[in-house]
Every structure is written in structure tokens, then in C-alpha cells.
Design a protein around this ligand. Sequence first.
Ligand code: NAI
Ligand code: OAA
Length: 262
Amino acid sequence: MNRRVAVVGHGVIGARVAEELARGGVDGAELVGIVVRHAPDTPAGPLLTLEQALDAADLVVECAGQPVVHEIVDAVLSRGSDLVVTSVGALLDDRLGPRLGSLGPGRLLATHGAVGGLDLLASAARSGGLDTVHVRTTKKAPALVRDWMSAAEAERITQSPEPVTVFSGGPSEAARLFPDSLNVVAALATAVGSTDRVTVELVGDPSATRTTHEITASGDIGDYSFVIRNTPSAQNPRTSAVTAWSVLQTIASLTGRAPLIA
Ligand SMILES: NC(=O)C1=CN([C@@H]2O[C@H](COP(=O)(O)OP(=O)(O)OC[C@H]3O[C@@H](n4cnc5c(N)ncnc54)[C@H](O)[C@@H]3O)[C@@H](O)[C@H]2O)C=CC1
Ligand SMILES: O=C([O-])CC(=O)C(=O)O
């Protein structure tokens, strides 16, 4: 039987995910509708309220931002539906992180999103073997300016002719300060089961044409290094275009016809 999927959010990621589901692009999954904040001109499927989505779907896919994860997580999981989150940073938030083990009966799954290699790093961490994990993300500099920054900081980021470090610290703070740019860090920390061993650096590069995530990890079990260079989405330079396809891959893994590689 097909998974009945409702997509929450119809921006860069949600619209592509919904369109692909609607055209039958994921074996074993069908789109029942989308939950939006503002009605789009050409929605990929029927517009539903969250309540209607919960009645119609057995799998809800969040593509709308960290605040929306907090809004819907209890309602979805307590109804017994599964929830895939794209805004993975919400899992590191104190409102949700400590409760993850007690939510259900639906299952919560985070997409690997704009990065990869998390399966291998999770396997290495399972051995107890990872001592350090570092991620260095480089994005086009203007995409990293935020409302909470001072004018001087915004100017430093946008006017520098050289790459500038915009943030350096731990994954929880990274996901809180850059909620629409560093969800990959939360996915990495979740995969390795630690926020303490993960360090994060965010760099703004005026000449970057791709978003780069450089992940390095090390321990007795091995040394690992992944470099991911993603093309930013044309509509939203903060989001890597591959992310929607990763969400679709995550949905595929939850169907009865899951991909052979897990
Ligand atoms: N895990 C990963 O690798 C990545 C995760 N993300 C996450 O995905 C989110 C979405 O990214 P994009 O599609 O590029 O953003 P976007 O800004 O293009 O789309 C977000 C959509 O969500 C809608 N929305 C907001 N609140 C809503 C609500 N309460 N109900 C229904 N819809 C609502 C907005 O109206 C907008 O259409 C980001 O905010 C970020 O948290 C983004 C990139 C990579
Ligand atoms: O799209 C990307 O490369 C990463 C991103 O925005 C996020 O992790 O929130």
C-alpha cells in the first residue's frame, strides 16, 4: 500500500517535493495534499489544513522552517503518523531535544538534506570511535546576513573582498542563529549522537558560486573527510538545490519499496 504523504510548506523544497510526489516520482508514495501559509498560484496538490492533512496522510513532510517543526511535531506523532523533518535544527532545540525519546507512536525522521556521508559517520560513532567531528560551511556572503546582526557585522560580511568567518562554535548555537542555513550541522550532530564533539565554522565567500560543506571526523575507527559542493537553488540562494531530492530519497526509504542501499 502506498504511503499517503502531506507536505507542509510550498517554498523551494516543499514545492519540488510535492510536484515529484504528485507525478508519481517516488515508488510507493502518493501526495494527498499540501499545507501552506500563503496559497501558491500553482499548488502541486490539494490545499489542506493541518487537521485535514492529519486525517488524510500517514506521513507528513515538513519543508517550512524550524518554528513549524515545533508547531506540528506533537500533533503528527501523537496521531501515529510519521514525520520527516527538513528543518533538522529544531531537534537540537531545548523545546524538543530532551523529549525526542518519548514522542510517538509515529516516528520522527530527519532527512540527510544537503549533505551526505552521515550513514558512515553514524556507523563509526556506533563503535564509540569518533573523537572529533568538524564541519566548515561556505556560502555566498550576502546569504549569511541576518536581522540580528549589527550594521557593522553585516557590512563586514558583505563588503569583504576575501572569505570571512561568520560563525564559529557548537551545533546547537549554529542551528539557532542560522535556522535556515545550518540544518546540516544538526543532521551531522544527530547522526554521530553528540553535540559536544561537533564543531562548526560558517564562512561567507563573496565569490562562492556553490555552497560547500566540508566535513571531517576522526577517531580510532578511522579518519573521514567529505567535501560537498552544492549548486544553490536559483530561487533561494540559502538552500542547496539537492535538498528537495534528498527529502524525496528520505521519503522513498519509508515506503514498502525502499531503495536497496540504506
Ligand atoms: N536539512 C537541510 O539540508 C536543509 C534544510 N532546510 C530547511 O528547509 C526549510 C525550507 O527551505 P526552503 O524551501 O528553501 O525555504 P522557502 O523559504 O523557499 O520555503 C519555506 C516555505 O514554508 C512556508 N511556511 C512557513 N510557515 C508555514 C506554516 N506554518 N505552514 C505552512 N507553510 C509555512 C513559507 O510560506 C514558505 O513557502 C528551511 O527553512 C530550512 O529550515 C533548508 C535547506 C537545507
Ligand atoms: O542548503 C544547504 O546547503 C544547507 C542549509 O541551508 C541548511 O542546512 O539549512
